[in-house]
Design a protein around this ligand. Structure first.
Ligand SMILES: Nc1nc2c(ncn2[C@@H]2O[C@H](COP(=O)(O)OP(=O)(O)O)[C@@H](O)[C@H]2O)c(=O)[nH]1
Ligand SMILES: [Mg+2]
Length: 409
């Protein structure tokens, strides 16, 4: 992981444009001094990396340089100066060889390895961005080319969650506009965006990229005027001769759901090549950050609290069950041992071979007196459980850390 000094970034003009300074001030107030995070997600080839590159240079021009994070382990060249790059901590090729994986498996495994250090990453980013001297306006994150590697992997969820619980976080869903002029393709893409919105529960901006090739007006129209979209479907069906009517009935039954989904989104058209539309995008980010603070934040806190309470209840229930299973209250009774051994004389005890190496048993001779005190025993189980649970997870973490440091050599 590298944390490059900002001097390596392109030099920013000395004075900030006042309108942008004002826009930035708004987001700082509503975000309670935490820097907003923009996570770029989108289908492979939609232009996420190019969009990040343009966003990076636009923000530098406005004297509010972003803090840039690359989470794509498979990319050969990153066209922007990344402050944190997953490729510094995880070697994608080595992961492929070592674990005998294909490209997507290796991306997911690299993300898994990276996510074990996510608390360190969050601390580092928080320290850098909360420094009062820092002029950092946004934290921007690029994700792997293949959308599902990030969106549907456990580590993708962990990483997103880690950022979203520390900073006001917005998803920029990047769409390849020229490839989505077909209404069926368009709808599939929007359904994917919809599933991400409901999965992450974060505010979303749909970014129609590559508007230098194809204007995004048609998409905006389809998203606001349902009849126009239906007409486009009918035209497409007539042109392509698909008379099954399946698509039409699917669309009709989904129209309400899609309307509900669209009204939660901000939509912008940009060209990462020419830089057009980026001011609109930055305004949309401010808008969504405000939404995050007024609505999503409270909702997230409620969910986290509920999760915590549920976990406590579950632990208490497990402990009770354990106590019950062990039949602690009835210490005088012989333990019932389910065994294949029919020899009743031994009562389940395995007799020692004569030539077996002598073992030393260190148990105290009589533990019955301790067993009488249920409360004390319960406490001891609890303590032992906590102690071992901690050791196990930190050992795993250490092993993974060891692996990562080996691969770095
Ligand atoms: N015409 C045009 N092409 C673009 C634009 N943004 C990206 N591309 C091209 O789209 C392709 C995929 O871009 P890339 O950023 O690697 O996509 P990613 O897989 O989503 O990161 C590349 O060939 C880019 O040059 C744009 O705004 N206009
Ligand atoms: Mg990319």
């Amino acid at each position: 992981m590298s944390d490059q000094p900002s001097s390596q970034q392109p030099v920013a003009p000395p004075k900030a444009d006042t309108s942008d300074a004002k826009a930035n001030e708004t987001s700082t107030i509503v975000s309670e001094n935490k820097t907003p995070v923009v996570i770029c997600i989108g289908m492979a080839g939609s232009g996420k990396t190019t969009f990040m590159q343009r966003l990076n240079s636009t923000l530098h021009q406005k004297s509010t340089p972003p803090y840039v994070i690359n989470l794509d382990p498979a990319v050969l060249k990153v066209p922007f100066g990344a402050n944190i790059d997953i490729r510094d901590s995880v070697k994608y090729k080595k992961v492929m060889e070592e674990y005998n994986l294909g490209p997507n498996g290796a991306i997911v495994t690299s993300l898994n390895l990276f996510s074990t250090k996510i608390d360190q990453v969050i601390n580092l980013v928080d320290k850098r961005t909360s420094n009062p001297d820092s002029k950092i306006g946004n934290i921007i994150i690029d994700t792997p080319g293949q959308i599902e590697c990030f969106v549907w992997s456990a580590s993708g969820a962990i990483i997103t969650e880690a950022f979203a619980s520390t900073f006001p976080t917005v998803i920029a869903y990047v769409v390849d506009t020229p490839r989505n002029t077909n209404p069926t393709t368009f709808m599939s893409n929007m359904l994917y965006a919809c599933s991400i919105l409901y999965k992450t529960k974060l505010p979303m901006i749909v970014v129609f990229n590559k508007t230098d090739v194809q204007s995004a007006d048609f998409a905006k129209e389809w998203m606001t005027d349902f009849e126009a979209f239906q007409q486009a479907l009918i035209n497409d069906r007539d042109e392509n001769g698909d008379g099954s009517g399946y698509m039409m009935s699917l669309i009709n039954s989904m129209s309400l759901m899609l309307e509900e989904f669209y009204c939660q989104l901000d939509v912008v058209g940009v060209s990462s090549y020419t830089g057009s539309g980026f001011d609109d995008f930055l305004k949309a980010v401010d808008n969504k950050v405000e939404e995050y603070n007024t609505y999503y934040k409270a909702e997230r806190e409620r969910i986290l609290k509920k999760k915590e309470d549920d976990e406590k209840k579950r632990q208490a229930k497990n402990l009770n069950k354990l106590m019950k299973d062990m039949d602690i209250g009835n210490t005088d009774a012989d333990a019932d041992v389910v065994s294949d051994n029919d020899d009743d004389d031994t009562q389940g005890e395995v007799l020692r071979d004569d030539d077996e190496i002598g073992r030393v048993y260190n148990f105290p001779e009589d533990r019955m007196s301790e067993l009488k005190d249920d409360a004390a025993l319960q406490q001891r189980y609890q303590d032992a459980f906590e102690a071992t649970a901690k050791t196990a997870s930190s050992t795993t973490a250490e092993n993974i850390a060891k692996y990562i440091s080996q691969t770095q050599q």
